[in-house]
Design a protein around this ligand. Structure first.
Ligand SMILES: [Zn+2]
Ligand SMILES: [Zn+2]
Ligand SMILES: [Zn+2]
Length: 245
């Protein structure tokens, strides 16, 4: 949820159309490319509703999800809230991570779309608490005996949906193959690498380019795994993750 609050010269507020004297607030939905940036005036910055997914201010042109939340037009373009569409995309991601990366799970995962309140309630029951690149939880994978459930926040843009499913699947695989793994750079780097590979296989090349440039733990971990893949291949990355616990 990258919010980029630099002031920048621009003529009119994207939301109310008022003239921007001396700059406005710049937002890039979901950390996408600068071409997707919107600029808003000081008053909209203070008072406008926020997109329930990416947090950018939204005006009267917005998308309302079936559960009442409002999201920005950019997120609305690919928002996944229809259960049948969600299931089809979930299955595509699972095929990529199992067939192309070899991350089959002994305890398979089913999935469900949930609203934010339901997801928060579920998260409070889980240890350790899930993390994410965002200030809100977008997905959660829970093991219950011989069952595993993956919960995804309803209304996620397609790219974030793919990234979240693949990332959580990777943690589930770690749970079965290297449950004692603690090193955060390997844990999160591996999960980001799986997300990267799934996005790449499904054609999201702009997003993968941004992930590779990212700063901090996730970016560092991803670059480490990509370097390993270059020298030792996909099976080398899996073996390294197993060995690192
Ligand atoms: Zn405005
Ligand atoms: Zn949005
Ligand atoms: Zn993670």
């Amino acid at each position: 949820m990258s919010r980029n609050n630099q002031r920048r010269h621009s003529k009119h507020c994207h939301l109310c159309g008022s003239r921007l004297w001396g700059g406005g607030w710049v937002y890039v939905p979901n950390g996408e490319s600068e071409q997707q940036a919107i600029v808003v005036c000081g008053r909209c910055q203070e008072t406008a509703l926020r997109c329930a997914v990416c947090g950018v201010p939204v005006g009267s042109r917005r998308v309302q999800l079936p559960d009442g939340r409002c999201i920005c037009l950019r997120c609305g373009q690919t928002a996944i809230y229809d259960p049948a569409r969600a299931r089809a995309l979930f299955e595509r991601v699972v095929r990529v991570v199992t067939d192309q990366l070899g991350l089959a799970l002994n305890v398979g995962a089913d999935f469900a779309l949930v609203d934010p309140q339901h997801l928060r309630r579920l998260a409070q029951e889980v240890q350790p608490l899930p993390h994410g690149e965002t200030d809100q939880i977008v997905g959660l994978c829970v093991r219950k005996g011989r069952r595993r459930m993956m919960y995804l926040l309803s209304g996620l843009p397609q790219i974030l949906f793919i990234q979240t499913v693949a990332h959580e699947w990777a943690h589930a695989w770690q749970g079965e193959n290297c449950p004692l793994l603690r090193d955060p750079i390997v844990r999160e780097g591996f999960a980001e690498w799986v997300a990267y590979k799934a996005l790449q296989a499904l054609g999201a090349t702009k997003k993968t380019a941004l992930m590779k440039e990212r700063e901090g733990l996730y970016g560092d971990g991803l670059r480490k795994m990509l370097h390993l893949e270059e020298t030792h291949g996909i099976s080398g990355v899996l073996a390294f993750c197993r060995r690192s616990e």
